[in-house]
Design a protein around this ligand. Structure first.
Ligand code: ACO
Length: 364
């Protein structure tokens, strides 16, 4: 039973797919979507244009996409959930219920991807309102997707700066290579299952705090720090307790996360940033200094979640909606990977090294 084949815990360093979608350069701190730099896409694009680029390969900066209608069965399902349900659970359930109302033929298409990506913001907004005892708001087809999401959530049209800031967050969250949730979506697709099943599974993977859960904890930690003067002491005490600093470190990036750089610019140019933004940037400087002093070999740098926190707070989202909002943004990447996987499909079926007991007889 000896098995000498290489085993990589967490599949670290294992190449498990080829993709033309996202290039994550951890050493240089670069992120490209179909070759285009993330900073340029944030500056010159919108989420619908970026989603369309990922699905079709075509760049059309003016591409528009409104949020989608909710089928009656989905609304009923959302109303049946307890108000205490986590928004990620509600979104995963809504995607699953939506899939049950569709005829999602194989292979998955850009039209299917578009329909699901348009549907999910309406579903999350509806759940947020239902749990607060309010009625869901129908989509306004004249609004672009992110603006429409905020309108359906709040009941009023956001100002241009607010919509632009959240749109930038959606752009940086759209795609990120073969992360855990995207891999999940590709595994499900490789069995020739449908697009809604792949995205429901991906949402389940993203729900874990190591993947999509950090920005609300960033807010909590910044509040714990309280003042610039206390920052160094707080960082040291937190690390001494063996705890992690939220918004720092990444499996792939050894350099500053380019998404954090793009969102920092967005946060600093917001009309109504949270009042603790200046404290956050001061805490970041201290944290980077202390992390480098303690472990110069580790290269722990700021990740996207650190600056996602002020942007999401600044546009008026409550922290418990952060992970599900990240999931909405990642719909573009997940569904693009689903289409790519299906176009050149091979069932994903790795092996496990057996380390259990040797062959033996049942006890008599
Ligand atoms: N603060 C303090 N120490 C850290 C941090 C951190 N944020 N991140 C990693 N380390 C330490 C680990 O404790 C570990 O030390 P050890 O070997 O003494 O245990 C060492 O650095 C290496 O860390 P790994 O766990 O191997 O790093 P991994 O690649 O598995 O983890 C992860 C990456 C999960 C993002 C990690 O850095 C972390 O937990 N960060 C905080 C949470 C966070 O910000 N998550 C959002 C990530 S971005 C995203 O998913 C969109």
């Amino acid at each position: 039973m000896t098995d000498d084949r290489p085993y990589s815990p967490g599949l670290e360093g294992v190449v498990a797919a080829e993709t033309g979608l996202g290039y994550v350069d951890g050493e240089q701190g670069r992120l490209l979507y179909r070759g285009y730099r993330i900073g340029d896409l944030v500056e010159h694009g919108t989420y619908p244009a970026v989603a369309n680029l990922l699905w079709t390969g075509d760049w059309d900066a003016g591409h528009r996409m409104a949020t989608g209608e909710l089928p009656e069965g989905v609304l009923k399902t959302l109303r049946a959930l307890p108000a205490t349900a986590k928004p990620m659970d509600a979104l995963r359930t809504a995607v699953s219920a939506w899939g049950a109302t569709q005829e999602l033929a194989w292979p998955p298409t850009a039209e299917q991807a578009r329909a699901l990506t348009a549907f999910s913001p309406s579903a999350l907004a509806a759940f947020a309102r239902i749990r607060a005892g309010q009625e869901p708001i129908a989509p306004d087809p004249s609004l672009n997707l992110v603006e429409g999401f905020l309108y359906q959530l709040k009941g009023t049209r956001p100002d241009a700066g607010t919509a632009r800031a959240l749109d930038a967050y959606f752009v940086v969250g759209a795609e990120h290579g073969l992360n855990a949730s995207t891999f999940t979506a590709r595994v499900i697709t490789s069995t020739r299952s449908d697009l809604a099943s792949a995205v429901a599974g991906a949402i389940g993977a993203l729900k874990g705090p190591l993947h999509g859960g950090a920005p609300s904890e960033v807010v909590e930690q910044i509040h714990q720090v309280g003042s610039v003067e206390r920052a160094e002491q707080w960082v040291n005490e937190t690390l001494d307790k063996g705890e992690r600093l939220m918004g720092f470190g990444h499996r792939v990036y050894r350099a500053y996360d380019p998404r954090a750089a793009a969102l920092r610019k967005v946060a600093e140019s917001m009309e109504h940033p949270p009042e603790w933004l200046a404290l956050a940037t001061a805490v970041e400087d201290v944290a980077l200094k202390v992390l480098a002093e303690r472990h110069p070999e580790r290269a722990l740098k700021t990740n996207v979640e650190f600056y996602a926190a002020p942007v999401l707070m600044g546009v008026g989202l409550t922290p418990d909606l952060f992970p599900a909002t990240f999931a909405l943004a990642r719909h573009a990447g997940w569904t693009a990977h689903v289409i790519e996987q299906a176009a050149d499909n091979r069932l994903i079926r790795p092996d496990a090294r057996y380390i259990g007991p040797a062959e033996r007889d049942l006890p008599s």
